[in-house]
Design a protein around this ligand. Structure first.
Ligand code: TIU
Length: 227
């Protein structure tokens, strides 16, 4: 056991390094990079890109101390058989999921735009969860992987705060995990949604989880590892 405490809101989170995992949500080119699907839809990707450096700092420390790291990617099979028609039709987009986009077919596994940005690219031993939905637990083997490792606490980073991060934190809460989001390690195309999403997580005594920042997380991880 390597116990620690992360300064957080609504109160400090106690954790054990041996039962804690870092989950990097959907840091994919199509959401984060200039010239990707997100920008093509008119979004300002710099609002997401500001989370890359803090994510990298947390990821580096996690790797240094041997914390279990998991990555997720939102996307679909090339034949689109796992893409709900509702998701395909939503938004009446001229160019949507499965269509040829600026970085290959949009949100299709194996395409360049679907993959994780080089700055945060997974290394050997870090499972990558390919998910068809917003939440990382829906229709994936994430729950089994976490249970097999005895994981209880999740540090959840990535994009976007109110969509895939928030959905995953809510799913994690209902499955009995403690989840903490470092606020500078997440981003939204809508700053007001980011704030509300984080407020919702920590409201009512941490109804879904905890909110902190990369510095607090890094300090706590290093301190716990040095014991
Ligand atoms: N990963 C994730 O959040 N997927 C999205 O579609 N997010 C949007 O904000 N659109």
């Amino acid at each position: 056991m390597k116990l620690g405490k992360i300064f957080a809101e609504p109160y400090d989170l106690d954790f054990d390094l041996d039962t804690t995992a870092l989950v990097m949500i959907d840091m994919q080119r199509d959401f984060v990079e200039p010239g990707g699907f997100g920008e093509m839809l008119g979004n300002n990707v710099s609002l997401l890109r500001s989370s890359i450096e803090p994510c990298k700092r947390v990821l580096d420390v996690a790797r240094e101390i041997g914390l279990f790291v998991i990555h997720t990617r939102e996307g679909h099979r090339a034949d689109l058989t796992d893409l709900p028609l509702t998701k395909k039709e939503r938004g009446h987009l001229k160019t949507g999921i499965g269509d040829a986009g600026p970085m290959g077919r949009i949100l299709i596994r194996g395409e360049i735009g679907h993959d994780i940005i080089p700055e945060l690219y997974p290394i050997f031993g870090e499972p990558v969860i390919d998910k068809p939905g917003k939440g990382a637990f829906y229709d994936t083997d994430l729950l089994g992987i976490l249970r097999n490792r005895g994981i209880k606490t999740l540090i959840v980073c990535g994009v976007t705060t109110e969509v895939c991060v928030n959905t995953t934190v809510r799913e994690a809460n209902d499955r009995g995990f403690n989840a903490l989001v470092p606020e500078d390690c997440t981003g939204s195309y809508f700053p007001e949604f980011k704030k509300s999403a984080l407020d919702m997580i920590k409201a009512q005594g941490g109804i879904f989880g905890w909110v902190s920042n990369s510095k607090n997380v890094i300090d706590a991880l290093k301190k716990a590892a040095s014991q």
